[in-house]
Design a protein around this ligand. Structure first.
Ligand code: COA
Length: 150
């Protein structure tokens, strides 16, 4: 999801919280103020960490022991109609060495469990097979749309 790619696939995941599962020694928890070092370990470049103090941003990380091996975060967006908020899942990533162990699923599930929003959506590229398969497996509805970057 990084960069200026035009994204034309939108997955809308409706409510329905799944039980959180972890894989082997992997644990998942929400990050907050004081976890700046973990956000740095998960980033390729020097990251912004102010989002940890933002109550409408939910940032969860997966750990193998003390080592962060994946993360997801999203924003609770206030709405004009319908449910008061919707969760926009902005980023999800699992270290290559830890993929296909259910960690991405567990991160998405925990993000949705922690959010008070009853609806959520996430954007990804049409050819991101792993992400599309994961979002489909979580019961999302695939919606074709176009996103414009400025
Ligand atoms: C997408 C991503 C987060 C998935 O994480 P993960 O921990 O491997 O996902 P899970 O193990 O929970 O996979 C759950 C299901 O999704 C599907 N899936 C995941 N990766 C897949 C792949 N490479 N090919 C096909 N299906 C895949 C499978 O149905 C899988 O269940 P299974 O392993 O029992 O068959 C990971 O591949 C990743 O970090 N990719 C790079 C970053 C990225 O593209 N993020 C999404 C941005 S929108």
């Amino acid at each position: 999801m990084r960069g200026g790619t035009v994204i034309n696939s939108l997955i809308v995941c409706m409510a329905g919280f799944l039980p959180v599962s972890t894989s082997g020694q992997t644990t998942i928890r929400r990050l907050g103020p004081g976890d700046e070092g973990i956000v740095r370990l998960l980033a390729e470049d020097e990251p912004k960490t102010l989002l940890l103090a933002d109550e409408r941003t939910i940032f969860v990380a997966a750990f193998d022991g003390d080592t962060p091996v994946g993360f997801a975060f999203g924003y609770e967006l206030p709405r004009r109609h319908g449910a008061p908020t919707i969760l926009f899942v902005y980023e999800l990533e699992v270290d290559e060495a830890y993929r296909r162990r259910g960690i991405g699923t567990a991160l998405m599930t925990e993000l949705r469990r922690l959010s008070s929003a009853t609806e959520a959506f996430v954007l990804t590229e049409p050819d991101n097979d792993a992400a599309n398969a994961l979002y489909a497996s979580l019961g999302g509805t695939r919606v074709e749309t176009v996103m414009w970057d400025y």
